[in-house]
Design a protein around this ligand. Structure first.
Ligand code: FES
Length: 484
């Protein structure tokens, strides 16, 4: 049976019973399917015969023409701050890759000077199999890992070729590379079965740093950054490398908030890492009007003279709320009293004036779950180190969400301890920066391995106090600073 997707005008033949989502994937359209096709996220909406449908829940039973919503330009954060490194100078061209669950970022560097020659980014095409790593692992367990490995490899090849073309060189002139990704991205890229990540004791199949060959059409091997634990991967090792965590004197918290919140607390003497299941709320999934930070997303909300005002990316009509907007709106509604300390939203729904963007009671609950997971992680890491959160001198926020969020809102809703508000430093795409350092310098790559090996891992769920701390962190109370 033939399915035609508009406005792209792409046709594909599929057998009866195939879902429209699967047909879209077969047609190479790379649909957004945050829940992996379970019918729960509502992000695969399309129009069929004048009716709104979910493509993942609609089976092909005849020739069909489906209208897909327009794609929106999404900004990918490729810039970050990192300490500099002395390049080995033995390679003329080097490549650094940040393999994120949501986005891929690639950098082509002059191996002798460290100068950035080109950069390129794209959404991770694996998102058609689910927004979060668990959905993708689930897909791999049911269907094998080839589809996920191939699509991400193809995307990385195309990013590499885009950059080499821009720089006027051949990809084969690249003689060194490094890649950082979380454990699931690491395993899926290398074709390693990810089963162990979702079964107790949730450890990676491969943790050690390794140099991969044959993944990309380049001459050098790819230095894969080491994993630390089940859900603390090479991306965290890369972030730690970027800030030279092993040399920090002050008590420092490094946080990368995505679907999981990975964090490390410590200094040069001792470091402990953990991962919290923050869920994809801050990436737009599970929130009724949630979306990623693309055109049309409300990214900032403030209170001016008692009025709620907001900013829309691209300046046009507001169509949804991205993570930083969600955080701000929640904080503002706490200020105005629309939301109380328990998370109760007056009237069950709040509509952002002059737009169709609403925040529902369920959205507030999802926000509470996400922020409590992060807060509980911070509190329990501090407790494990025998310190209080008030002793933390610097909070490095890595990643896109960390870069765009308003620290005051993060503290107002209690995602971060309020006492840390003035100590928050966004460091942009630190995982990408760490990968660059490791591509340019073998010393940096060895350093990332030392950091990974010497960082302890705390399994939060195994702690008896986790549940109580998490439940306390669900509240939006203003004055508590230490929850444990
Ligand atoms: S509801 Fe269809 S992909 Fe989530």
């Amino acid at each position: 049976m033939r399915v035609t997707f508009e406005p792209q005008g792409v046709c594909v033949s599929v057998t009866a019973g195939t879902t429209l989502l699967q047909a879209q994937i077969t047609a190479g359209l790379r649909p957004d399917a945050p829940c992996g096709g379970k019918g729960t996220c509502g992000k695969c909406r399309a129009v069929l015969d004048g009716q709104e449908i979910l493509t993942c829940q609609t089976a092909v039973d005849r020739d069909m023409t489906v209208t897909l919503p327009g794609g929106r330009q999404e900004a990918v954060l490729t810039v970050g701050t990192a300490v500099s490194v002395r390049p080995d100078g033995t390679d003329r061209y080097v490549l650094a890759l940040d393999v994120g669950t949501t986005t891929l970022a690639a950098y082509l560097l002059d191996g002798r000077t460290g100068t950035l020659l080109a950069s390129a980014s794209a959404l991770n095409p694996q998102r058609q199999y689910g927004a979060d790593v668990i959905s993708r692992i689930q897909y791999t367990l049911e269907h094998g890992g080839d589809a996920l490995q191939n699509c991400v490899r193809e995307a990385l090849v195309s990013l590499t070729e885009r950059m080499t073309e821009e720089a006027g060189i051949s990809p084969f002139e690249i003689t060194a590379a490094a890649a950082a990704g979380n454990t699931a991205m690491h395993h899926l890229l290398l074709g390693i079965a990810p089963d162990s990540l979702v079964t107790p004791p949730y450890m990676p199949q491969v943790s050690e740093a390794l140099e991969a060959e044959g993944l990309l059409p380049i001459s050098g091997k790819i230095r894969m950054l080491p994993n630390i634990a089940g859900f603390v991967g090479g991306d965290t090792a890369a972030c730690m490398t970027a800030v030279r965590f092993g040399e920090l004197e002050e008590l420092t918290l490094l946080i990368d908030i995505g679907t999981n919140g990975e964090m490390v607390l410590g200094n040069r003497e001792r470091r402990i890492a953990c991962s919290t299941a923050a869920g994809p709320a801050f990436e737009g999934a599970k929130i009724s009007c949630g979306m990623r930070g693309a055109e049309g997303a409300v990214d900032h909300v403030t209170l001016k003279n008692g009025e709620i005002v907001y900013h829309v990316i691209g300046g046009g009509k507001a169509v949804g709320l991205c993570g930083s907007g969600l955080l701000d709106l929640t904080a503002v509604l706490l200020e105005t009293g629309h939301i109380d300390e328990s998370g109760f939203l007056e009237g069950g729904e709040y509509c952002l004036n002059g737009s169709a963007v609403t925040l529902t009671q369920q959205d507030v609950r999802e926000t509470q779950l996400a922020k409590a997971a992060i807060r509980a992680g911070i509190e329990l890491l501090a407790q494990k180190l025998g310190r209080t959160v008030g002793e933390i001198q610097t909070v490095y926020l890595a990643g896109a969400f960390g870069n765009y969020l308003n620290p005051a809102s993060a503290c107002r809703i209690g995602m971060l301890p309020p006492c840390l508000e003035g100590r928050i430093v966004p460091i942009g795409n630190a995982a990408g920066e760490g990968a660059k350092l490791c591509a340019l310098s073998r010393e940096a790559y060895l350093y990332s391995q030392t950091l990974a090996r010497d960082t302890e891992f705390l399994e939060l769920a195994s702690l008896p106090q986790f549940q109580d701390c998490y439940v306390d962190a669900l509240l939006f109370s203003e004055d508590e600073d230490d929850l444990v």
